[in-house]
Design a protein around this ligand. Structure first.
Ligand SMILES: Cc1cc2nc3c(=O)[nH]c(=O)nc-3n(C[C@H](O)[C@H](O)[C@H](O)COP(=O)(O)OP(=O)(O)OC[C@H]3O[C@@H](n4cnc5c(N)ncnc54)[C@H](O)[C@@H]3O)c2cc1C
Length: 383
């Protein structure tokens, strides 16, 4: 059994109550970063929950992080503005040197530095990470970065970026995931020295960007772990990332099912509550059942993760099932609300747009299915 953290959940819910639908609608309208919300979470220590106590964090396990993120989403809020810190930090924690951890983690924990940007995806490589073309070329005491990233979320609101770049040119016969390295990039220094950031407008307010590197210098001190092993380091954080995103989807699904249920009870058409019709109540009940099943998989993935295993299949299944559950709940909530499902003031259409993302990012459903087909079922690799 994993812990359920009732006290943490209650405290996070109380904090989120200060940021009601109106706040999120206003941020949406302005396409504004929810800075006040992120600040409040930072001050309350929730964003540093997973940083070990030795570096100024709360030293809580992944299940606590999942509880925090689920509760944020269950409150109708959105952790997309800041959730990356919980999993990008893991790359530094697991593979960084003691000097790097001492330099960055305490400041991330106390909120004076933000590590919210994660530069992996590129326009030409997409899901095929090994095909990325951003290079880091070693000179005497620093690397020079050239290339482009896309969908680098929160880059405008982050001080640091975990960056994956190619340090060894891809040659024939070489595995494409070899020769990649991870850096911790100080974007404050880089911004006046070859780094440019362009926001990308998306269907939801996600503060995502494209980032260009034109001879950006990074000290060799900022290489994480060994040169050339970066893909493995990034991969080692994927289970945690998938589980945390799955927890957010469970939170979204719960919020949406709750809204649909309450509306179905209150809305009267043909002289009775619409929720009295099986055509209205069954889809909500089905969405609930699917959410609960997904939640069990999230808990199983957490259990295995905290037992020290590497639950690739469970983390992937948790992410896929939870994203499916929240997507289904969003559809049902729109349908139950009829016309009002499309009205901004009900927040249903906002959640519908927000939760749709998790069919595609941080890993798309197809890639999860091909992982399961290959690694769990032993079918031939399809790509
Ligand atoms: C709002 C947003 C925020 C994001 N934030 C970040 C971030 O902070 N950092 C970061 O690095 N990235 C980020 N991403 C990128 C995200 O991880 C990618 O969009 C995602 O992994 C899919 O890659 P792609 O968009 O290049 O799609 P593509 O790789 O071009 O794929 C397009 C479609 O084809 C399917 N497909 C591709 N190959 C196969 C195959 N072999 N078999 C079956 N189907 C296949 C995919 O499933 C997908 O549906 C973000 C994306 C979005 C939209």
């Amino acid at each position: 059994m994993i812990e359920t953290y009732p006290e943490i959940r209650e405290a996070v819910t109380r904090l989120c109550a200060k940021f009601p639908g109106q706040y999120w609608r206003e941020c949406d309208r302005q396409m504004a970063y929810p800075a006040e919300f992120v600040q409040a979470l930072t001050e309350a220590g929730w964003l540093s929950a997973l940083i070990p106590e030795a570096y100024g964090g709360a030293g809580l396990p992944l299940s606590a992080g999942a509880a925090i993120l689920e509760e944020i989403h269950k409150s109708g809020a959105n952790a997309g503005a800041c959730h990356a810190q919980m999993y990008t930090m893991g790359t530094l924690l697991r593979h960084g040197s003691e000097a790097q951890k001492q330099k960055y983690l305490p400041s991330i924990a106390d909120g004076s530095l933000r590590l919210q940007a994660f530069g992996v995806t590129e326009p030409s490589s997409g899901t095929d990470t090994g095909a990325l073309t951003t290079t880091a070329t070693l000179t005497k005491d620093h690397y020079v970065i050239n290339g482009q990233k896309i969908w680098t979320s929160r880059a405008e609101h982050s001080d640091l970026m975990i960056l994956l770049a190619r340090t060894t040119p891809l040659t024939e016969g070489m595995k494409s995931t070899h020769g990649l390295s991870v850096f911790i990039l100080d974007m404050r220094e880089a911004l006046n020295n070859g780094l440019t950031i362009h926001p990308i407008k998306t269907m939801m307010n996600h503060a995502t960007t494209e980032v260009f590197f034109d001879n950006v210098q990074v000290s060799t001190d900022n290489l994480i772990g060994e040169e050339g092993k970066g893909f493995r380091y990034i991969l080692s954080g994927m289970n945690a990332e998938r589980i945390l995103i799955a927890a957010e989807c469970i939170g979204d699904a719960k919020w949406l099912i709750d809204k649909a249920t309450n509306y179905a009870k209150d809305r009267s058409v043909f002289g009775r509550a619409i929720g009295q019709n099986q055509g209205v109540q069954f889809p909500i009940a089905k969405a609930y059942a699917n959410m609960r099943a997904a939640e069990l998989m999230v808990n199983e993935a957490l259990r295995l993760y905290e037992a020290g295993e590497s639950p690739g299949a469970e983390a992937n299944m948790a992410k896929m099932l939870a994203a499916d559950a929240s997507n289904e709940a969003a559809n049902v909530a729109v349908q139950t609300h009829g016309g009002f499902g499309f009205a901004e003031e009900y927040d249903i259409e906002r959640k519908f747009r927000e939760t749709r993302l998790y069919q595609v990012a941080p890993v798309s459903t197809n890639l999860i299915l091909s992982y399961l087909a290959e690694h769990t079922l032993g079918l031939p690799r399809s790509y």
